[in-house]
Design a protein around this ligand. Sequence first.
Ligand code: GLU
Length: 344
Amino acid sequence: MKKVLLSGIVLLSVFFLFTGCEEQKAEEFKQAKHSAVKSKKEPKATFITIGTGGITGVYYPTGGAIAQIVNKKRDKYKIRCTVESTGGSVFNVNAILSGDLDFGIVQSDRQYQAINGLAEWSNKGYQKDLLSVFSIHPESVTIVAAVDANIKNIKDLKGKRVNIGNPGSGHRQNAIDALAAVGLDYNKDMDAEGIKASESAGLLQDGRIDAFFYTVGHPSGAIKEATAGKREVRFVNVTGIDTLLKEFPYYAKSFIPCKLYPGAKNDSDVDTFGVKATFVTSAKVPDSIVYTITKEVFENFEFFKSLHPAYAVLTKKSMLDGLSAPTYICFVPFLYVLVQSFYT
Ligand code: GLU
């Protein structure tokens, strides 16, 4: 009897501790969000911002799709969701951790690296406040090259002018890894540029670069733009990367479906590797907000899927893959997704 009573007390204490923390977290979050608004009235809404990528990528419309679904219920939840175009995954992780963004879309490999204190985070260590919510569409490491530059395989990038991506992007490290896997050093073996992906198509069409890397879902506006210009372009095979796939658990084989880009000079799908786009947040964002967003996306799953062709392959179950950052503080949305996934 004593034991039962004791367990009850312990469980209740944990419950109150959790709800207490959650209330405090929500209050702090609200205060920070509304510190600029000097009004005696209760704040009418909580404003949240989702960090995405360049406007011709898939992250930007993805942030828009999530915001559209959540904002439909603005009267019910009092959440106003806005979307910001950013430099990409690395920028988003850092802005979420510093509190400048509330949510962001981040490549699964960068999520893994941030949470384990690797790559860009090697000096900062384990980024324990980063939390995963769900994963979204697959992304392929895509190399687009000018036909006149005679680049047919990744190895042919030697000696060429190549945009590997801006430092805040997720794809920059993928480019560096892919090049290293075939023995190329981006610093020595080519003229490497660090420009945003939204500018790559224009640079390629203007003859200022020979090729560019972009880790992105398909189809994407940026790749459509690059393959629809006057200068003929093709996708380049990324082969010789077996060791890379063995060494890095977050990379998987992938391909670029060429039929999505009729302007590209490829006859068949192109081999490469890829990651997943994931939706992440910070431990400082109240669970209730994370829960609401997750619930709305999953309850409107078919509508969400209809908002971009890159979501064609999505299932509720697949939206639990590729998450390495913990979901434990947000265990409620995670459980919600898990339960929902069994009904599809
Ligand atoms: N994967 C890219 C990055 O992390 C962004 C792709 C996109 O915007 O769709 O920088």
